[in-house]
Design a binder for this molecule. Structure first.
Ligand SMILES: Nc1ncnc2c1ncn2[C@@H]1O[C@H](COP(=O)(O)OP(=O)(O)OP(=O)(O)O)[C@@H](O)[C@H]1O
Ligand SMILES: [Mg+2]
Length: 329
C-alpha cells in the first residue's frame, strides 16, 4: 500500500497575525483561551496523518471541530499557517501558481455539501466545466461528461437545468463533475448531509460501488458516525482542531481512546461495523461425510444442538445440502 497524502504537523489559524499565535498553540494553550486572549481562531491544530492510495479516509467530528478547514488545506483553498502536505511525494505548499493550477486541474477534485452547481448551466455543461477550463475540445469533453453522468446513473438528464433535479440528483451531478476530471483524489466535504435519509443511504451505497471500480483516494467528511463507519476504511476523529483518534471502524469501536469518542460511538449500529469474524467461534461438533444418520443424531444430542456441520476427509466444510445436517434432515 503506498501513501498518497502525507500530512505533517499541519495547523491553520484564522486571524490577522496567525504565525504569532503558533507559539501559544505549541505551549498547549486551548482553542478557547487563544480566542479569548488574541481573537484568533484555531481551525486545525498540529495534525499529522497519512492517506493511502485507493482508500476512503473519513474525517469525522462535531460542528466547528475543523473538518472543512482541514480538507480545504488539502487543495490549498485554505493556506496552512504551518506544516507540510505531501501528495505523491511533493510538498504542495511549496507549489508555485502554475504547479498549483495543474495540481487542481489534474490531481484533485472536490464535492461540496451544497452541490455548488451553476444554475445558469444545464446538467451536461456543469459536468463539462472542468474540462472546458482545461481547454479540452467540445466533442471530447461532451463524451467524457456523458460517461461521467452515466456512471452516477444520470443518463438521459444531460440537457435538463440543474434546478429541475432533486437534491440527490444534483449531488450526483456534483460527483459526476468531479469524476469527469479523472482526479486521483476526491475531496468530499459532507456531500450527503443535505439529503434526506433514504436518498442519503442510496448515495452511500452508490459511492461504495463506484469506489470498488474506480479505486480513487477519497477524503470524506461527515459528522454522522454511522456514515463514517459505513464508508471509511479508516476514520479520523477531530475535536477542537485536533485529531483525537485514527483507526479502522473496528479499532475505534472496540478501543475508543477517550470519553469524547465513547460518546460518539454510543449510538452506532454495531451490526453494520463488526465483521462476521468477530462473532464466529469454533464448532463444538462436526460430522464426517461418511457418517450415517444415527451418528448425526447422537452427535447433536450429545452437544445439545439441532444442526451440525459436515466436513470431508480434509475437514473442509461440504457446501452441498447444505453443508450441515439438521434434526429434520
Ligand atoms: N474563514 C474563516 N475565518 C475565521 N474562522 C474560521 C473560518 N473558517 C472556519 N473558521 C473557524 O475554524 C473552526 C473550524 O471550522 P470548520 O468550518 O473547519 O468546522 P467544521 O468541522 O467543518 O464544522 P461544520 O460541521 O459545522 O461544517 C471554527 O471555530 C470556525 O469558526
Ligand atoms: Mg464543515
Amino acid at each position: 500500500m503506498s501513501v498518497k497524502i502525507d500530512v505533517r504537523n499541519l495547523s491553520k489559524i484564522f486571524g490577522r497575525k496567525p504565525k504569532k499565535v503558533l507559539d501559544m498553540l505549541k505551549k498547549g494553550m486551548s482553542k478557547d483561551d487563544i480566542l479569548k486572549r488574541t481573537g484568533h481562531t484555531v481551525g486545525v491544530s498540529n495534525v499529522s496523518f497519512e492517506v493511502n492510495e485507493g482508500e476512503v479516509f473519513v474525517i469525522m467530528g462535531l460542528s466547528g471541530s475543523g473538518k472543512s478547514t482541514l480538507i480545504r488545506c488539502l487543495n490549498l483553498l485554505n493556506k496552512p499557517t504551518t506544516g507540510e502536505i505531501y501528495v505523491d511525494g511533493d510538498n504542495i505548499i511549496e507549489y508555485d501558481k502554475k504547479q498549483l493550477k495543474q495540481f487542481r486541474q489534474k490531481k484533485v477534485a472536490m464535492v461540496f455539501q451544497h452541490f455548488g452547481l451553476f444554475n445558469h448551466r444545464n446538467v451536461i455543461s456543469n459536468v463539462e466545466y472542468g474540462l472546458e477550463v482545461k481547454g479540452i475540445p467540445k466533442e471530447e469533453r461532451y463524451q467524457v461528461a456523458r460517461d461521467a453522468l452515466a456512471s452516477v446513473g444520470l443518463e438521459g438528464w444531460e440537457e435538463k437545468m440543474t434546478y429541475e433535479l432533486s437534491g440527490g440528483m444534483q449531488q450526483r451531478v456534483g460527483l459526476a463533475r468531479a469524476l469527469a476530471n479523472n482526479p486521483d483524489i476526491l475531496l468530499m466535504d459532507e456531500p450527503f448531509s443535505a439529503l434526506d435519509p433514504l436518498i442519503r443511504r442510496d448515495m452511500q451505497i452508490e459511492l461504495l460501488e463506484l469506489q470498488s471500480k474506480l479505486r480513487k483516494t477519497v477524503v470524506f467528511i461527515t459528522h454522522d458516525v454511522n456514515e463514517a463507519f459505513k464508508l471509511g476504511d479508516r476514520v479520523a476523529v477531530m475535536k477542537d482542531g485536533k485529531i483525537v483518534q485514527i483507526g479502522t471502524p473496528e479499532e475505534i469501536l472496540s478501543n475508543p481512546s477517550n470519553e469524547y469518542i465513547e460518546d460518539f460511538v454510543r449510538d452506532i449500529d454495531r451490526s453494520r461495523v463488526l465483521k462476521a469474524s468477530h462473532i464466529m467461534f469454533k464448532p463444538t461438533a462436526l460430522l464426517s461425510i461418511k457418517d450415517g444418520p444415527k451418528v448425526a443424531v447422537k452427535e447433536m444430542e450429545t452437544n445439545g444442538i439441532s444442526s451440525v456441520f459436515v466436513v470431508d476427509g480434509e475437514r473442509r466444510l461440504k457446501p452441498r445440502f447444505p453443508g450441515s445436517v439438521t434434526m429434520n434432515s
